[in-house]
Design a protein around this ligand. Sequence first.
Ligand code: NAD
Length: 365
Amino acid sequence: MPKTRKIRVNLRGAPRSYDIVIKDNIIKELGPRLSGLGFRGSVALITNPKVKRLYAGVIIKSLASAGFKTIVITVPDGERYKTLDEAAKIFDALVKNRFERGSPIVALGGGVIGDISGFAASAYLRGVPYIQVPTTLLAQVDSSVGGKTGVNHPRGKNLIGAFYQPAAVYIDPLTLKTLPEREFKAGLSEVIKYGVIKDRAFFGFLERNAAVISKRGPAICAAIEKSCALKAWVVSRDERESGLRAILNFGHTFGHATEAASGYGTFLHGEAISIGMVMAMNLSVSLGLCPAKDAQRVAALISAMGLLLDAPKISHAKLIDAMRLDKKVSGGKMRFVLPRAIGRVIVKDVTVPQIRRFLGSLDRA
Ligand SMILES: NC(=O)c1ccc[n+]([C@@H]2O[C@H](COP(=O)([O-])OP(=O)(O)OC[C@H]3O[C@@H](n4cnc5c(N)ncnc54)[C@H](O)[C@@H]3O)[C@@H](O)[C@H]2O)c1
């Protein structure tokens, strides 16, 4: 009997709180679970062609067994389809099928599907319930939890969207078995992030189990559970990122700049975040905020997970320009999440000359 792990995301306004349930083969129980949440009638299953081929069949069968009629809506695979145009096609399909207000959308796929489906759910009929069924590691430990939904604009990522919480998150770790290696590894970078920002003991667990986890061994379930619990803890305290939630952006300022300056598509998001986390650790050391041995441990864990990538050779000016465009920059200062030690971070403004000195020191190292 597979073990069931349950985490509650507590939000102000009781009906909006929800469970994250992690269990092998949970996708085969989706029908009864949605009935258990009080849903009846139709379900809109939003996915992409690849994930549909792999997992939609068992889900539709389970939904049918519980009396649901399923409408399947597919979005082409890839970040470039996380757009308003594709969201409009989802709305068209929902309208065409006379999809009603009390009926739920189920988002089956990685972060792209989760984000666009959540956004569609937030806007269709001014809001219908949605359920996240994440199938990438990144989506299971990060994007499916916390209610950030949205689509990209030609001028920037995630510029259009809403905070809109799911009614439940159902995580089936067995779906990771079909995930391409590079995608899996990229998701591990978010797992490591949680240890660095909030939980030194969890970081130690990841160090001890790095070999098993990076081969998708059983310890991955505990890693997913702990990651979700840490994200739920943060989101429960700061749903709309007015303070604490910013710590989830550890590694993202350098990471986003690396992604943008090296050309989108060169690195997967998680890979860029790994590069960004190593840089943020080293910046913290250079500012005298964090012991060098903690930075070495973070780099060593990233390496043990098979994720240590050389930062691309990008000119400092280009990197700083890319950082200036980041949403977290204001008044010439850049806002960084900087570790004081593994498990403890602060949010601090750093000036452009300080960044230049730091980048210069990397060149001399
Ligand atoms: N909402 C949030 O809080 C949040 C947080 C982090 C990232 N994101 C967003 O998440 C997106 C990235 O998500 P992602 O990394 O999951 O990428 P993705 O959704 O593009 O999925 C990566 C690839 O894996 C495939 N795939 C998915 N599940 C699979 C499986 N089980 N087996 C085989 N292949 C599978 C997909 O078809 C795709 O080709 C970005 O758009 C990012 O902005 C959102």
